[in-house]
Ligand binder design. Structure first.
Ligand SMILES: Nc1ncnc2c1ncn2[C@@H]1O[C@H](COP(=O)(O)OP(=O)(O)O)[C@@H](O)[C@H]1O
Ligand SMILES: [Mg+2]
Length: 452
């Protein structure tokens, strides 16, 4: 008999090592290795994705595109790139309590209402708990089937038997295969369960949603180890203390990545926010120093967000620098540029930056707005409330072009802004409108002259 083989896996990132390690060389986590049985892929029993095992001319391969199922929740359809592609595997991750189960139940309800048989597999809650939530959010449909099960083999058998139009596994960390020795929720189990579910989905063209918990302490394997196996990765942003929830596509094989959908958590479930710009600017203080608005491009959609800065004299030897929603390193760089090029000496000040509404803005086009907000707070002079500021800042204080300026300026005009400060190099692609004044600038010095 062949000896069974074990390896050690990092429970955070899935790194494999033949012996136990104290520190993971991949993610630098400490004390996160656990021993797991490794199944030999050649030993048979494991199905794979080859159909016939022969290469085919690309003309003869049927295209899957076009077979999209629309959920009826517009924000989700957009995040997915126009609906659910048949046979695709979608990972939906987020912290506990953020609303994953709620959203999935709402999607399932919509699909069941349109006459599709859908299967919601839960390994976390009892059927009556699910029923309670379904009653609360109004998810009553006879084609919505609920299965409370954790055994992978039994789930696969039910999928074969029922042949649903769509399957949700809530959550993938509870699914347990008896082929493996390790505990449910460990990297080996999560990977094995997901790969077999995904294969089953691909072979029968059933779309599959995998719900995955993200935990900070890493006691269960995170969805990170699954990202490469699935077609689409959606993450919930925002925190459960706020009412808003943002669903962002981190990866999408069938649509643009980085697309976001905005929701508000209500007692009747997640409500779509169809005008996020107005939503994020709703509580903006007008004519307060340190508040600046920019048009950020999230996926294909422009969204107006407010950047807030508070610069105050520090009594610490090493002043505080806190940035929430924008890149911390980027902020340090911009502080140095302001100091050296514009002569605004922020070195002795505590600086706090925040993107209102809890959004994260990752793109370089945010630079100019960050600089303006810091300068505004430092000088204690407000920035005009109807002005939107866009641009990337270089190390010599030059202002660089941003992409898709036209879309952003249009969104600003739609919400009643009447002046845009933009990089000069971007203005070529802008058409002039009567309502919007365009100020093209080339350097930070010019920015400060324009603003104050
Ligand atoms: N009666 C209620 N009214 C409003 N919100 C509720 C109510 N019950 C639960 N919630 C919200 O639903 C959230 C739980 O959502 P759930 O889908 O179970 O999260 P997850 O599956 O991501 O762990 C809670 O954090 C809470 O915000
Ligand atoms: Mg849940």
């Amino acid at each position: 008999m062949k000896k069974s083989k074990t390896s050690f896996f990092c429970q955070h990132c899935g790194y494999m090592s033949p012996k136990w390690l104290g520190k993971c060389p991949s993610c630098n986590g400490w004390n996160c290795f656990a021993e797991e049985l490794v199944t030999d892929p050649d030993s048979g029993g494991r199905p794979d994705l080859v159909f016939g095992g022969k290469p085919l001319p690309i003309f003869d391969i049927p295209a899957e595109e076009g077979m999209r199922t629309v959920t009826g929740i517009a924000e989700i359809d957009r995040v997915l790139g126009g609906g659910i592609v048949s046979g695709s595997a979608i990972l939906i991750g987020g912290e506990p309590g953020i609303g994953k189960s709620t959203l999935m139940l709402q999607v399932m309800k919509n699909l069941a209402m349109s006459g599709r048989k859908v299967l919601y597999v839960s390994g976390e809650e009892s059927a009556s708990q699910i029923k309670l939530r379904a009653d609360r959010i109004g998810a009553q449909a006879k084609d919505l089937l609920v299965l409370v099960e954790v055994s992978l083999e039994k789930i696969l058998e039910q999928i074969r038997k029922i042949e649903p139009a769509i399957v949700v596994i809530d959550s993938v960390q509870t699914v347990y295969s008896s082929d493996l020795m390790s505990a449910p929720g460990s990297v080996g189990q999560v990977r094995e369960a997901s790969s077999r579910l995904i294969l089953a989905a691909k072979k029968s063209s059933i779309p599959l949603f995998l719900v995955g918990h993200v935990t900070k302490d890493g006691s269960i394997a995170g969805p990170k180890v699954l990202e490469h196996m699935v077609d689409t990765v959606l993450y919930f942003e925002g925190d459960s203390g706020h009412a808003y929830r943002i669903v962002r596509s981190i990866k999408n094989r069938f649509g643009p990545a980085n697309e976001i959908g905005v929701f508000e958590m209500r007692d009747r479930g997640l409500q779509e926010v169809s005008n996020p710009s107005a939503f994020f600017l709703a509580e903006r203080p007008e004519n307060a120093p340190g508040s600046v608005v920019l048009a950020s491009l999230e996926g294909t959609r422009p969204i107006l967000v407010e950047i807030q800065a508070l610069v105050s004299a520090s009594n610490l030897g090493m002043p505080r620098r806190t940035a929430i929603g924008v890149d911390h390193n980027r902020v340090s760089l911009l502080v140095a540029v302001l100091d050296k090029i514009c002569g605004l000496h922020l070195g002795g000040s505590d600086i706090f930056l925040n993107v209102a509404g809890g959004v994260r803005v990752e793109e370089p086009a945010v630079d100019l707005a960050v600089v303006s907000a810091m300068a505004s707070s430092f000088l204690d002079r407000p920035v005009d409330a109807r002005t939107v500021i866009l641009g990337e800042v270089g190390l010599t204080g030059e202002v660089r072009a941003v992409s898709q300026i036209e879309t952003r300026v249009k969104e600003a005009a739609r919400l009643g802004f009447n002046r845009c400060i933009v990089p000069k190099t971007s203005t070529a692609s802008l058409t002039k409108t009567a309502k919007m004044e365009i100020r093209a600038i080339v350097s930070l010095k010019e920015l400060l002259e324009t603003l104050f």
